[in-house]
Design a protein around this ligand. Structure first.
Ligand code: MN
Ligand code: MG
Length: 405
């Protein structure tokens, strides 16, 4: 834009420098760097602790990932942090909270006590979020101090009219952010965020979901939604997909649809998960459409950072202004691990963040106590020494439990 009104009436000698600096500031801003960070599949591992062995571990735990998050944020002028779900279930603390202690409105789930300290910008829902039912899910989410999106799950409304279907949780959010460009000037950008969960939730958690919500395919949902998010003003669109990548799809609605999602027009970056694996990595050597050097799927930067907080996923975007739009002109993708392997040993490369440890300390101790409770007693020793020649009590007790269940 040319601010001619600002210089009208000023003596000619002054006009030239004002015009030049005005032109420089307005016509084309400098590029800007935007770092996207992702955690996924945390599965209740706020702590680097194994509740089955009653011991600390080095290869998982958000308390350690938090150190990577804070370091990566400090390195970058502009960053956003996202989570990709599967966080409420997965270890005894999850069961303790859902099945023993329970949540009332106003209670903050321990995962959110931890995550609320880390400045998440938005998050998506994984399939395991539905394991304890919708009531527990909604009570849990009410404790998060950041917005949730879920684009492909809708509320059952009892009619056959698709045009009035409403998302169970908001289908997208637009994050208005003031960021600093490479010249140190403030710029306002709008980051659209969409999120997807595997359609298979309808069979995996049928008892909780049937009659309440329904799903649509990940790719068809994205094809319909991305133009709407762009229309709503998003400069860039980030897709958080709780979905892996696969070369074949045995069921009709794709569970691992991220490679196809990458081919939907208008998505600038993909944060994915669900497969508990690391992308880019040699595990995906030869995967069609994957560039493991660039960290792209069909040209779109994409990252999957392991599971249980093992890694922090990072996508660094360079945005270039064209007209009044910001376009992604370059990207780099990396995963940072909280440990390194030495033979069979996991050696920590970062320490824990004390505020995260403190935030969940009470529930952590209560979980250890809960897991340690006696569940019954036996009158005689149980062993399997003679399993090949006579009835075996160690198998019998397991079978009895299975029959009971
Ligand atoms: Mn998972
Ligand atoms: Mg309807």
């Amino acid at each position: 834009m040319f601010r001619s009104t600002l210089v009208s009436g000023i003596r000619p000698a002054l006009i030239v420098p004002l015009l030049v600096s005005g032109f420089m500031a307005n016509a084309q801003a400098a590029d800007l760097q935007l770092r996207l960070m992702q955690t996924t599949d945390l599965h209740m591992h706020a702590m680097n602790y194994d509740y089955y062995k009653n011991s600390e571990v080095n290869d998982f735990g958000l308390a350690r990932t938090a150190t990577l998050i804070r370091d990566a944020r400090a390195e970058s002028r502009n960053s956003l942090l996202f989570d990709n779900g599967d966080l409420l279930q997965g270890n005894p603390m999850g069961d303790y909270m859902a099945r023993s202690r329970g949540l009332s409105y106003g209670d903050i789930h321990p995962m959110y006590k931890a995550m609320n300290l880390l400045g998440y910008d938005a998050a998506n829902i994984g399939n395991h979020e539905f394991n304890y039912g919708l009531d527990f899910l909604i009570k849990s989410l009410s404790g998060a101090n950041f917005p949730y999106v879920l684009s492909n799950v809708f509320t059952v409304d009892g009619d056959d009219d698709a045009s009035n279907d409403r998302s169970y949780i908001q289908p997208y959010v637009i994050l208005d952010r003031r960021v600093m460009d490479d010249d140190g000037q403030w710029q306002d950008i709008k980051v659209g965020v969409i999120g997807f969960t595997p359609p298979q939730i309808m069979s995996w958690d049928k008892g909780h979901l049937e009659g309440h919500v329904f799903v649509r395919g990940i790719v068809e949902t994205a094809e319909a939604l991305v133009p709407e998010v762009r229309e709503a003003g998003a400069d860039i669109v980030v897709a958080i997909a709780h979905s892996g990548i696969a070369t074949s799809h045995p069921d009709g609605l794709k569970e691992n649809a991220t490679a196809e999602l990458a081919q939907v027009e208008g998505i600038d970056a993909i944060l994915f998960g669900h497969a508990h694996s690391v992308f880019p990595s040699e595990a995906y050597e030869g995967f069609p459409g994957a560039d493991l050097e660039a960290g792209t799927l069909h040209g779109v930067p994409a990252v999957m950072p392991g599971f249980w907080g093992s890694h922090l996923g990072i996508i660094d975007l360079t945005l270039t202004q064209e007209g009044d739009e910001w376009l992604v002109s370059d990207s780099a993708v990396e995963n940072r691990a909280i440990f390194r392997r030495e033979g069979r040993e996991s050696i920590p490369v970062v320490g824990s963040q004390q505020d995260i440890v403190d935030a969940v300390a009470e529930e952590h101790e209560a979980t250890i106590e809960w897991v340690g409770q006696a569940v019954g007693s036996i009158a005689s020793p149980i062993n399997s020494f003679f399993a090949l020649v006579q009835d075996d009590p160690s198998i019998q007790i397991v079978n009895n439990a299975q029959v009971w269940y």
